[in-house]
Ligand binder design. Structure first.
Ligand code: C6P
Length: 424
């Protein structure tokens, strides 16, 4: 694995910005980026949907299947032992990645969606009564909206939605006004997948905790862009997906404070989540096995640990500064088009530029760009309430990772000029 710039200690932001981030060198770690699409170099700007995988992650998964594959926590043979160790070491890698207090606070799930559904089923539903409330925001992805809506509908509780300003900034004043003694949970995204807004999650947690309300943070879009410290944030639950943080699909993480998760019942029954079963009685396993029924994605956990190790070799502050520079450059270049409207101008943003063009539907933009080798996402981004607030059905979205370049932005802009030629 290459290490373009080594991790640095706490520094002035200007110093980080000045430090070079060797993109050419990191790009060599990502074999998929070396290809052509429709005869053009691939320009991958759909990182918010899923990010690409470095060679070390691909190799770790292959190595696992070639040499260690077995089921875990069950067998006493050598391979079973190796697979179990690899899986539990991956849990410790995630614990350190999030700075969780204990490894048992890390539950492996399929992804962010499953993590949030776990909390909705095992924490919220047993607790909610008519008149209780759950607070989400208008920026939420459906994964952090629908499970709460379903939980409210099943229990008679009410879903409250924090509004935003026109530039995509969460209204903290309104948020504070919504909290009261029947608020049972706050569930807010760390970074908006549609606008890139970075929410002030530490303040959100502080204000909720002042009233004794637990907080879940949907970190799906945050972990790829910034170091996350769940103890510093103080959040009660934190969810993310492996595939958005340069790891494989099919694996994700729910962090939960041990004292909360110990009190929660399991939400799925099956192997591994029990300590004993008789015809009359089932006793549940301890954390985290209680929430990991059935054979998990062992290779996925191994791949996620490799992704975390890869990120550990990068200077993440310099990578983030590079992404910010790309985002600013993209916004500046999109400003050259009189028929382009960019959504999401919050002061704190991470790697996402969402826009519409008056001459073409976002899907047409996406199709033309694909012909130019440029991959973006178009549609409602699983954020229909947010699209409604913006007054559009869909946007085109370019999303950046540290391996993107200024040339990638130029190719996007050239592609948009082609869209205008064809549709205007
Ligand atoms: N957003 C996007 O293109 P899963 O599918 O479980 O890995 O992640 C769901 C999810 C939850 N929260 C946020 C903020 C997200 O961005 C996502 C996934 C992708 O924006 C696919 S819709």
């Amino acid at each position: 694995m290459s290490s373009p710039v080594r991790r640095a200690s706490a520094e002035e932001p200007e110093a980080v910005e000045r430090r070079a981030f060797d993109v050419a060198e990191v790009r060599r770690d990502f074999p998929i980026l070396q290809q052509q699409v429709h005869g053009k170099p691939l320009t991958y700007l759909d990182n918010a949907a899923t990010s690409q995988k470095p060679r070390s992650v691909i190799d770790a998964i292959t190595r696992y299947y070639r040499t260690d594959n077995a089921n875990i926590h069950r067998g006493i043979h050598t391979l079973a032992e190796r697979a179990t160790v690899a899986y539990e070491e991956a849990r410790v890698a995630v614990q350190r990645f999030l700075n969780a207090r204990e490894a048992r606070e890390i539950v492996f799930v399929r992804g962010t969606t499953e993590a949030i559904n776990l909390v909705a089923h095992a924490y919220a539903r047993p607790l909610l009564r008519p008149g209780d409330e759950i607070v989400v925001s208008i920026l939420e992805h459906h994964s952090n909206f629908v499970p709460w809506k379903m939980a409210c509908e099943a229990t008679g509780a009410r879903l409250r939605v924090v509004p935003m300003t026109d530039d995509g900034t969460l209204r903290l004043d309104e948020y504070e006004r919504l909290l009261f003694d029947r608020t049972r949970l706050v569930a807010i995204g760390h970074v908006s997948n549609a606008l890139g807004t970075v929410n002030p999650v530490a303040d959100i947690v502080r204000l909720a905790h002042a009233r004794g309300i637990p907080v879940l943070i949907d970190g799906a879009q945050a972990v790829a862009h910034m170091a996350v410290d769940v103890r510093a944030l103080g959040c009660d639950f934190y969810a993310f997906s492996g595939h958005k943080v340069f790891g494989p699909t099919g694996i994700g993480v729910l962090y939960g404070k041990a004292d909360l998760m110990e009190r929660m019942p399991p939400w799925q029954g099956g192997g591994d989540m029990i300590s004993s079963v008789t015809l009359d009685e089932v006793r549940y396993n301890t954390l985290p096995a209680k929430f990991e029924a059935g054979t998990p994605d062992i290779a996925g956990a191994v791949g996620l640990a490799a992704a975390i190790e890869y990120l550990g070799g990068l200077d993440r502050a310099a990578a983030a500064a590079h992404e910010t520079a790309l985002t600013r450059y993209a916004e500046k270049r999109l400003g050259e088009f009189s028929d382009v409207t960019v959504f999401g101008r919050a002061r704190e943003k991470a790697g996402i530029v969402s826009f519409v063009m008056s001459c073409a539907h976002p899907h047409d933009i996406g199709t033309v760009l694909d012909g130019e080798g440029v991959a973006i996402r178009t549609g409602h981004h699983c954020c229909q309430p947010l699209m409604h607030r913006l007054g559009v059905a869909a946007t085109a979205r370019a999303s950046f990772a540290f391996y993107n370049t200024h040339e990638d932005v130029d190719r996007l802009v050239d592609g948009l000029a082609r869209v205008r030629e064809m549709f205007a």
